[in-house]
Design a protein around this ligand. Sequence first.
Ligand SMILES: [Zn+2]
Length: 186
Amino acid sequence: MKKMRMLSFLVVVTLMFACNDEKKEVRGTTVMTEAEEVPVQTEVHDPVKADTIEVGNVTKSKEEWKEILTPEEFHILREAGTEPAFRNAYYDNKKEGVYYCGACGIPLYSSNTKFDSGTGWPSFYAPIDPKLVERKMDNRYGMERVEVVCAQCDSHLGHIFPYEGVPTEERHCLNSLALDFKQMDI
Ligand SMILES: [Zn+2]
């Protein structure tokens, strides 16, 4: 009996050490596996490939928008405000990259279609894809204008005007405060 007990004890001790060793080994392997196999988390979509961008439905209350936007951004995006010409971040931005919705973060425009309109606002002749923005009639201030809003969160971006000399013959006149620019090779 004593022998048996001793044997059991030895088996248990051996197993414990074995387990410890195994754990260490497993841990080591896991780290290696993560480094080798798990891809680095980047964007889930390619911001300039329209078919990889999914347009969802982002709905928030006025209070919720106020929590995540600055008062200036809230005024432009949620109250259809307009920022001053030439005194905004992106009208003269010639860097290559993507312009995201300043409210919900979906990619909307890229530097590929940005052009210098001389108006003092960032101007694009097209979004990355037509599905990303929606057009609405805007009759405010006694003018008939086409408003452009984000298709995912319905936030105001700017207006669309006819414009000769660009492929689509229209200019998306946007507010810099409605956009977040991310510089990247596209
Ligand atoms: Zn949006």
